[in-house]
Write a protein that binds this ligand. Structure first.
Ligand code: 5AD
Length: 362
């Protein structure tokens, strides 16, 4: 006979089968999972939510990921590249508001003009914030040398989602060419970890062809790889991408949402002291999506401070929330929502991953 969820949760480690059982839990059992995850979170990382002010600095992308709205092949996107001055202005805004950290993200480019520009920007942001702001970057797959240069220039966290731990599934959701290689991506993660970044990855939840076993393996990969940070959220189909054709085969948005919360809860129990972001995609499905994630284990939120005029052009998925707001509006709203549901915002704190320091000490 299968164990109850409460008994599974008493174990020190989980098998793939245990994780699948947790993922399939419903009703009261699901609530038991959620409350255990909250308990673990409060004990190991506390009640604080750390902010990473997100600047989506360009949607120019050389990749053609079959799920992503800003893929190179989408000719309907108007491409932008925010000026250095605007980026620095946004970073200063985050610093002045005591956000603690910023996150810089863009479509993937590996040309020298881009990599050198980012290096210079990182140096200037480090300087304008007296080396106080935490800097997370997310610029896709780069050479180890580029990662090292950016690290030396002041970035100390890197997010690169593996998207799925199932290589076959990875290949189904990407074009079949050397620019979209699963092994290369994994190798990048290894390089980031070797250089000394707080290393973050994640996956999408509710992809076509994805099974419960895949999701359980995703969590086990995160644990195996000993990552410091995770951002994962629901897959949301985008009309202007090749994967839109699977729309009818997907789980409902509501199911993808709940499954995402369960993934976060299980991950928190598996990896007690990492940082887990409440993905913005959750909020494309539920107006309180991110706050609900905070209640089941997440401890990081990324308020968008991209200049309003550019936001609509950075739609990786449809119904992206907050695209018509200003940086202050997004910030005020999110700050209010977080505090009304009982968590505390850690202003002025970088909120580095505790797991990272423990890993470095070991
Ligand atoms: N739905 C949900 N997440 C998406 N991403 C890209 N496209 C989508 C989509 N359609 C996520 C990927 C990528 C991150 C920047 O955004 O996981 O790594």
């Amino acid at each position: 006979m299968q164990k109850t969820i409460a008994n599974v949760l008493k174990q020190d480690s989980f098998s793939k089968e245990n994780i699948v059982q947790l993922l399939k839990s419903t009703g009261e059992e699901q609530e038991v999972l959620f409350s255990e995850a909250l308990k673990v979170k409060l004990k190991h990382v506390g009640n604080c939510v750390y902010l990473r002010a997100l600047i989506e600095l360009s949607n120019i992308c050389q990749k053609d990921c079959l799920y992503c709205g800003i893929r190179a092949g989408n000719k309907n996107v108007s491409r932008y590249d925010i000026s250095d001055e605007e980026i620095l202005h946004a970073a200063k805004f985050a610093y002045n508001r005591h956000y603690g950290s910023i996150a810089l993200q863009a479509g993937e480019r590996v040309d020298k003009q881009f990599t050198v520009r980012i290096e210079n920007l990182l140096k200037r942001i480090t300087k304008l914030s007296n080396n106080e702001l935490g800097i997370t970057i997310s610029f896709g797959e780069q050479t180890k040398d580029t990662y090292q240069r950016w690290f030396d220039a002041g970035a100390h966290r890197y997010l690169l989602r593996i998207e799925s731990s199932n290589k076959g599934l990875y290949q189904q959701i990407h074009p079949n060419n050397s620019n979209h290689s699963y092994d290369a991506r994994l190798n990048c993660l290894q390089n980031l970890q070797d250089i000394g970044y707080q290393t973050g990855t994640g996956i999408m939840i509710g992809l076509p062809f994805q099974t419960y076993d895949d999701l359980a393996n995703d969590l086990l990969l995160l644990k195996d790889f000993d990552v410091d940070m995770v951002g994962m959220g629901p897959f949301i189909e985008h009309r202007e991408t090749p994967m839109y054709k699977y729309k009818k085969q997907l789980k409902s948005l509501h199911e993808r949402f709940t499954l995402s919360l369960k993934m976060i809860a299980i991950l928190r129990i598996l990896m007690k002291d990492i940082n887990i972001a409440a993905a913005t995609a959750l909020q494309a499905i539920d107006p309180f999506g991110r706050e609900k994630a905070i209640k089941v284990g997440a401890n990081v939120i990324m308020p968008n401070i991209t200049p309003t005029q550019n936001r609509a052009s950075y739609q990786l998925y449809q119904n992206k929330p907050c695209i018509d707001e200003s940086a202050s509006e997004s910030a005020n709203k999110i700050e209010e929502k977080i505090t009304t549901q009982g968590s505390e915002i850690a202003y002025g704190k970088r909120g580095d991953s505790k797991h990272y320091f423990r890993r470095m000490n070991d």
